[in-house]
Design a protein around this ligand. Structure first.
Ligand code: FES
Ligand code: FES
Length: 174
């Protein structure tokens, strides 16, 4: 084919070395330029608590914290996160910062299949880091990008509301 540069095809197969700090540990991965962050976390780093649902930014299953802010890992290429600090549901669990949220979700049956739960928890953690005592409407608004096919949301909102109340009564994060 005249005018076609075959080296472009070779470039498309190349991998790029990226470095992150994931859950407090420095890691390096070889990724294809088109590989998403969620695929890199799940496949290369075996952090399968971050779920891939819609893969188009709609369902919230893939939320992780990037430099302290919740982002959709399905909407980012892994190379875009080079040098960043990433906290996944595994890291937030190990650190204990969401232990009260997890206990309340469990106590109130705020999950069934659990597919949406890591994203719900990442989002709830971000909300409660920013707003000490959100209203139920604030909680519903914050969760508007997190889809749950199982629970009907009521117990999820109840759980987050209860943790917000308990934290504000105890003067902060428990
Ligand atoms: S998988 Fe990322 S928002 Fe649905
Ligand atoms: S618990 Fe099944 S999708 Fe939410």
């Amino acid at each position: 084919m005249s005018g076609f540069d075959r080296s472009l095809l070779d470039d498309a197969d190349e991998t790029v070395r990226v470095r992150f700090t994931v859950n407090g540990r420095k890691v390096a991965c070889e990724v294809a330029p088109r590989e998403t962050l969620v695929d890199c976390l799940r496949n290369a780093l075996e952090l399968t608590g971050t779920h891939a649902g819609c893969e188009m930014g709609a369902c919230g299953a893939c939320l992780v914290q990037l430099d302290g802010q919740a982002v959709h890992a399905c909407l980012m290429f892994a190379v875009q996160a080079d040098g960043a600090r990433i906290d996944t549901i595994e890291g937030l669990t190990e650190s204990g910062v969401i232990a009260d949220l997890q206990a309340e979700f469990h106590r109130r049956n705020a999950l069934q299949c659990g597919f949406c739960t890591p994203g719900m928890l990442v989002n709830a953690h971000e909300l409660l880091s920013q707003v000490t005592r959100p209203s139920r409407k604030d909680i519903r608004d914050a969760l508007s990008g997190n889809y749950c096919r199982c629970t009907g949301y009521e117990a999820i909102v109840d759980a987050i509301d209860a943790v917000a109340k308990a934290r504000s009564e105890s003067g902060g994060v428990t």
